[in-house]
Design a protein around this ligand. Structure first.
Ligand SMILES: Nc1ncnc2c1ncn2[C@@H]1O[C@H](COP(=O)(O)OP(=O)(O)O)[C@@H](O)[C@H]1O
Ligand SMILES: [Mg+2]
Length: 176
């Protein structure tokens, strides 16, 4: 299977936006030891029972995303983190929100490739939904923050072709 850590982060962040959150905070940190991310939302949250189902690999049905390249979802995140010497932590409270964190050991032979980080941020910023999105990116010698509402103020809605190009250039510039 060919998937990247960026695919995983995108998928988990999509869950947060789809949970009707007003605010989604994403942190993506990377150094020579590990890749780590955290997605925190104040959306609908899950009961203990709902969370149990959400992380159960045998419950996922493939109906909602029949065309995506891998199953992804929470069970897949958990499996991937476990296989590559990492870990995960999910906390959720019904009506309050959810926080999903996972980390991956950079030195492990089974860690998936990181993938296209600026491309990932662009996809995330373009998700439909009312959520304000705050992205914090931390690297060994650099860090930056992206706030969706500020980007929209600066370059207009993120849907037309020219703002898409601008957004892509801007995000790649931040990452360099
Ligand atoms: N951040 C979240 N907030 C609330 N519910 C969530 C969140 N993440 C996952 N869930 C619940 O877990 C279910 C399974 O998530 P996932 O494995 O990503 O599959 P899918 O998104 O295709 O339904 C979701 O349908 C949703 O009910
Ligand atoms: Mg999902």
């Amino acid at each position: 299977m060919h998937f990247t850590l960026a695919d995983l982060v995108t998928d988990i962040t999509q869950n947060a936006v789809e949970a009707d959150a007003e605010l989604v905070e994403l942190e993506v940190s990377e150094n020579d030891k590990e890749f780590r991310f955290l997605v925190k939302d104040n959306g609908k949250g899950m009961t203990e029972e709902e969370l149990k189902r959400a992380i159960d690999p045998f419950v996922t049905d493939g109906i909602k995303h029949p065309n995506r390249k891998v199953g992804l979802g929470l069970p897949f995140l958990i499996q991937t983190a476990g296989q590559s010497g990492g870990g995960w932590d999910i906390k959720s409270e019904k009506g309050k929100g959810t926080t999903v964190a996972a980390w991956f050991d950079s030195g492990n032979v089974d860690i998936p490739p990181v993938g296209d980080i600026p491309g990932m941020f662009r996809s995330i910023l373009m998700f439909n939904g009312k959520a304000e999105i705050i992205i914090r990116r931390k690297k060994t010698e650099d860090e930056y923050e992206i706030i969706k509402s500020e980007l929209v103020d600066a370059i207009g809605n993120l849907e037309d072709a020219s703002s898409l190009v601008m957004l892509g250039d801007y995000l790649r510039g931040l990452e360099e």
